[in-house]
Design a protein around this ligand. Structure first.
Ligand code: ADP
Ligand code: MG
Length: 702
């Protein structure tokens, strides 16, 4: 039986959360910390000292001996360096110490993290700075302190810093706007995120035998199994006992860390699953998602599984994404994307909805870019995940509301701003008949937007940085048109501004099937960008409009943009480079070995049969031999070209040029190799292969 009390007690038991602080910190210190968390104010050193001492005491009681500043460098992973609390005393003993200074600031040697030229090599130091808005926690005997990571000169070298800045920017513009609309009591607006995480589980013993999975996270060759996902028998299907035991353990580990894991189910592809948490404030949600990915892998290992987080681990079946559910909520508890009973009269809702529509249309290339990676580019446009074209699904009810806006039904000014959009007759907004259109990359889902393009393996920080910033900008634009307008004219002006905004950006609205060729053609007619890969999208990042946007809202400096541009392109090129080398090795050694030894057996068999049974025998052996030989020969040719092109790619000195070459040439070469490799593999019995097949990996879990 489940002990509900124990469960409630265990949730967050490893987190230095608000309750622990309230219980343990002196009242005035607790208040000071709270102020810092809520308003982002500076924390005095004496307060930090007191918090540090309390944190240490709590951490030691809970089994921690070390602490680490935990940060999110541009590798997309997390980083940590552990120090013990131990400090030797004169009498040869030790005491456990942790100071406010150690809590607030760290100075890791940062020279080996990607910096895109921001950090001169002579200045190897980087700084980590405590983010008090994301709670510290205990993991593997260490106290983890969430921190931002920057260079000696103060430039951000991580994903958390710009995320926090973007939340700040959105809050600032939103609060100004809301005050103008008469919501005087709002002082802060929070971005909320719930990111649904997809993943694959396969048997660990298989994982260890595949160099491609070990080195690159995805299979680079492998003939399809005779069964795929065509029976549609996995989605929401019965969870197998071993997987269920894993999910149970995973939930428990996550709950202890205060991560509100809520939903779990099987996904569309065989061996694919999903976990969804309850939404949280953006930066905490991002931290929690990073932790979730880590814990998923760790718990998988304990259960003799490997957890694959790559966006496209297997060819021919669905890949994995991370649906980013996004909304904005005021400190007075108002969800700005909640249409309420009367969306047509809900002014804040309409303003924010219009700002989102404008932001997604105007900054579509940046949104596309925010989810671009070597892994995710295989998924976007692959007829499963959303296409690479960004459009917004609003559903039928909201379309009606927007029609009201466009047709300009008059506002009724009754003291406080109110508007009649002719939409009053609409039924109460029901969540259920919002979006069941799984093809849309950006869908309104009742009281939030769901951005479905982010990849499963990477931080969702980037997507939210762009989204927050772009929406902040559009709100600022709407504000600028309304500022100073007299009370009498306000409603009419607001209606006009919303209408104009909608007309200017409605091309991005699309409720149909995003997978069809008709949509691709239609989108082109509408002038919507279709950026298929990271190198296609990347030039938009350094365009003047983007630099203006990010610098205006203090998200990135020009230097930070340039450095990120370099890092992203370099990472992309490196990923494909490693994939190319791994594929070459697997094809030339592992697969070739299997082909040769099977052919040698066939040859012996054929020769034996012929001498015994005559020339006409051994038909199967000879046909198979010929087929393998043909595929093997073509694969060998393709491998030569791949080797030459990979070497050429490595020689390229300009980053964009290099990344584009990897994308256009090397990836194509790899597909060519794979085509023949898979044809050959399909002819060979499993026992000749030193690595497991698709069938074994995807269908052997019980
Ligand atoms: P579905 O399964 O149809 O996608 P759910 O209601 O299960 O929709 O929600 C999916 C995710 O959206 C969950 O992680 C949930 O916490 C999150 N979510 C719900 N409301 C909000 C909100 N206001 N802001 C951000 N995320 C939200
Ligand atoms: Mg969803």
């Amino acid at each position: 039986m489940i002990d509900a009390e124990k469960l409630t007690e265990e949730f967050g038991c490893l987190v230095f959360n608000d309750k622990v602080m309230r219980d343990r910190l002196p009242k005035d210190i607790y208040k000071a910390v709270h102020k810092t968390i809520e308003r982002g104010t500076h924390l005095e050193l004496d307060v930090a000292n007191c918090v540090a001492a309390t944190m240490k005491e709590w951490a030691v009681e809970n089994g921690a001996t070390h602490f680490t500043h935990w940060f999110q460098p541009m590798t997309g992973l997390t980083a940590e360096k552990h120090d013990s609390f131990i400090s030797p005393t004169e009498d040869g003993k030790i005491i456990m110490e942790f100071s406010g200074k150690e809590l607030v600031k760290g100075e890791p040697d940062a020279s080996s993290f990607p910096s895109g030229g921001l950090r001169a090599t002579f200045e190897a130091r980087g700084y980590t700075a405590w983010d008090p808005s994301s709670p510290a926690f205990i993991k593997d005997g260490s106290l983890y302190i969430p921190t931002a990571f920057c260079s000696y000169g103060g430039e951000a070298l991580d994903k958390k810093t710009p995320l926090l800045r973007s939340m700040e920017a959105l809050s600032k513009e939103a609060v100004k706007m809301l005050k103008l609309l008469g919501y005087e009591d709002v002082n802060r607006v929070n971005t909320t995120i719930g990111s649904e995480q997809e993943y694959f589980l396969i048997d660990k013993k298989f994982y260890k035998k595949r160099k491609d999975l070990l080195f690159t996270g995805r299979t680079l060759l492998g003939a399809p199994a005779t069964k795929g996902q065509e029976m549609e028998d996995h989605y929401f299907g019965v969870i197998k006992p071993k997987v269920s035991a894993y999910m149970h353990d995973l939930d428990e580990e996550l709950w202890k860390l205060g991560i509100p894991a809520k939903t779990k189910h099987n996904e569309v592809a065989p061996s694919q699953h999903e976990l969804a948490p309850v939404f949280e404030t953006a930066n905490i949600a991002v931290d929690h998602n990073q932790l979730t990915m880590e814990v998923m892998k760790k718990v998988a290992d304990k259960h003799n599984f490997a957890c694959l987080l790559h966006e496209k681990p297997f060819e021919g079946i669905n890949g994995s994404g991370k649906h980013n559910n996004w909304s904005v909520c005021t400190d007075t508890g108002m969800n700005l994307l909640d249409p309420g009973k009367n969306p047509g009269e809900n002014v804040p809702f309409l303003v924010f909805l219009m700002a989102v529509i404008a932001a997604v249309d105007e900054y579509a290339p940046l949104l596309r870019l925010s989810v671009a990676s070597a892994g995710n580019d295989h998924r976007l446009g692959g007829n499963e995940a959303p296409p690479a074209i960004i459009s917004i699904f609003v559903g039928d009810e909201l379309s009606e509301v927007l029609k009201g806006v466009e047709e300009g039904n008059a506002y009724h000014s009754k003291g406080k701003v109110q508007m009649g959009m002719g939409a009053e007759v609409l039924p109460h907004f029901t969540k259920d008949n919002t979006d069941r259109n799984r093809t849309s990359p950006f869908a309104f889902t009742g009281n939030k937007f769901e951005f479905r393009m982010p990849g499963s393996a990477v931080s969702v920080a980037n997507a939210n940085i762009v989204l927050n910033t772009a929406v902040a900008e559009e709100i600022a634009k709407i504000y600028a048109q309304l500022e100073g307008v007299s009370k009498d004219d306000f409603s009419a002006k607001l209606a006009e501004v919303l209408k104009e905004t909608l007309i200017a950006h409605k091309r991005v609205l699309f409720n149909g099937n995003g997978y069809t060729d008709e949509w691709v053609a239609e989108a082109e007619k509408r002038g919507l960008p279709n950026l298929k890969s990271l190198p296609d999208a990347m030039p938009y990042f350094i365009k003047k409009e983007s630099v203006d946007l990010f610098t205006k809202h203090n998200i990135f400096t020009k230097e930070e943009i340039d450095s990120r541009y370099e890092i992203l392109l370099e990472n992309y090129a490196k990923s494909i480079h490693i994939e190319s080398l791994t594929l070459q090795e697997m094809a030339k050694k592992d697969l070739m070995e299997g082909l040769i030894s099977y052919q040698s057996d066939l040859l012996k068999e054929a020769a034996g049969k012929k001498s015994l049974l005559g020339e006409k025998s051994a038909e199967f052996e000879i046909e198979t031999l010929k087929a393998i030989d043909e595929a093997q020969g073509k694969m060998n040719e393709a491998l030569k070209k791949l080797a030459v092109d990979t070497a050429a790619a490595e020689e390229k000195s300009e980053v964009l040029d290099q990344a584009a070459f990897y994308q256009k040439t090397v990836l194509n070469d790899m597909e060519e190799v794979r085509k023949y490799a898979d044809a050959a593999e399909a002819l060979v019995p499993d026992k000749y292969l030193s690595y497991p097949t698709y069938g074994q990996m995807l269908f052997s879990l019980r």
